[in-house]
Design a binder for this molecule. Structure first.
Ligand SMILES: Nc1ncnc2c1ncn2[C@@H]1O[C@H](COP(=O)(O)OP(=O)(O)O)[C@@H](O)[C@H]1O
Ligand SMILES: [Mg+2]
Length: 211
């Protein structure tokens, strides 16, 4: 199954996804396993331009559907151009956000029905699903405080209401209950404990794929 080597990191702003990505990178490097890391939306020239269009604050209200289609447009480009060729070559791929974020943000946050998102998911991804999804779960206030320590200003989606963020969290939580591939990590813990939990899940998963 092609998706087995696809690992995705999910969670809100300041949950620790970028920090987690570095830990995952080091883990693969130490074992000499080929790894490619990227992010969504983004990862290609077109995708990064779409990311800016999606995230740039603007006066005009962006409709939920436009946002959803932009995210999946970036994803289609990313998959065809970068992700699929690598998975086909046996390279592990780790993504900072993927389709679960569409269910969480455009579904939970914006209110698009999940079966509509599932239609796009099937269209763009076929039967490709990540073999491992790690959701970094952090209370919204802690995530915001961590993100605030960074220099960048909040983007259009990151500056949504706390209610919006709660709906996002609820979808991530529900998907973790529904899918055996999805695991919740308590990201409110100190960095070292988060990393240990994360690497434990990673090692277990990699061992099932290449015993
Ligand atoms: N478990 C943690 N405890 C305390 N601070 C953390 C933890 N994980 C990440 N941070 C810090 O919080 C900030 C946001 O982390 P980051 O990995 O960039 O989050 P994300 O990519 O999910 O937005 C960074 O300054 C990072 O060093
Ligand atoms: Mg990040």
């Amino acid at each position: 199954m092609l998706g087995q080597r696809l690992i995705t990191l999910e969670g809100g702003e300041g949950a620790g996804k970028s920090s987690a990505l570095q830990a995952v990178r080091d883990w693969f490097d130490a074992r000499g396993l080929p790894l490619w890391c990227s992010r969504e939306p983004g990862g290609t020239e077109l995708g990064e331009e779409l990311r800016q269009l999606i995230l740039r604050p603007r006066n005009e209200a962006v409709t939920a559907l436009s946002e959803l289609f932009m995210v999946f447009a970036a994803r289609a480009q990313h998959l065809q151009q970068e992700v699929l060729p690598r998975l086909q070559a046996g390279t592990w791929v780790v993504l900072d956000r993927f389709s679960d974020a569409s269910y969480a943000y455009q579904g939970g946050g914006r209110g698009i029905a999940s079966d509509r998102i599932a239609e796009l998911e099937r269209w763009v991804q076929g039967d490709l699903r990540p073999g491992l999804v790690l959701w970094l779960d952090v209370p919204i206030a802690i995530g915001l405080a961590r993100a605030a320590q960074r220099s960048e200003a909040a983007d259009r989606i990151g500056s949504e209401s706390e209610d919006f963020m709660r709906r996002v969290q609820a979808v991530y939580a529900e998907r973790c209950r529904q899918h055996a591939s999805h695991h919740r990590i308590d990201a409110a813990q100190p960095m070292a404990a988060v990393r240990a939990d994360l690497l434990r899940q990673l090692a277990r998963h990699v061992a099932t794929v290449c015993p």
